[in-house]
Design a protein around this ligand. Sequence first.
Ligand SMILES: [Ca+2]
Ligand SMILES: [Ca+2]
Length: 251
Amino acid sequence: MKKQHKFLKTNSRPGVVAVCLAFIMSVGAVQAETVSYILEDVFLADGSQMTGAFDWTYTDGDFEGGSGVFTALEIPWRPTGTAPPLEQAGMVLTIENKQIEISLNGNFHDYGLDIILKFAPPLSANQSSLIDLTASFYECCGNGFKDQPFSSGAITPVVPGDLSGDGVVNAADLVIAERIILAHITPTTLQAHALDVAPVVNGVSQPDDMLGAGDFLLLTRKVPGLVSFWFNKKHFGFLNHPTHKHSQSAN
Ligand SMILES: [Ca+2]
Ligand SMILES: [Ca+2]
């Protein structure tokens, strides 16, 4: 007991207390970071495409320990009306840094939905992870007719405004953006997500799944640093909306 008392006494020195307080304050200041990803060119062996996007939120220094939430998802061959909507309890949507699992809980077990997408390498904040085509599989629709492997795909981080895919946002991206908005070129899935930065509400980018003049104008202001915003993709409730539409609205 005498030793313990001495130990406590040592720790109660003002300097140590200050260090402890600083530590507590620094822990309290740990920031949550979010990276948005898309399912890029994820195709089944029969040629149908699975599309989706999710946010990965983690605390500084613990990327692997983050958690993911889908913001969009469309599962091929999934008949409407025979399974619970994706936002309901029947869906099991598990995103980890090495794999995604999509299945149904016991009440809907007969539907037979079971999808595993394994990544190699694990999620990265700035690089694509390829789908492991051997370890991933797709089972759907209860009768086995649609069960098949995946034939391609990657999990790719989206840098808002980076349409060229080089990780930085500059004039070269504006050139691409202009051509997309003028419908001179069709955006890739990655470009469609990266360009969808408007509208901005209270300083937070809230993509609306539409590409229009508002997105382009925001980008022209962001490139020279006139605006700063966070890319907090709003959660869409897992509606099937993988296709970005051109819009003439200000959004
Ligand atoms: Ca770029
Ligand atoms: Ca938009």
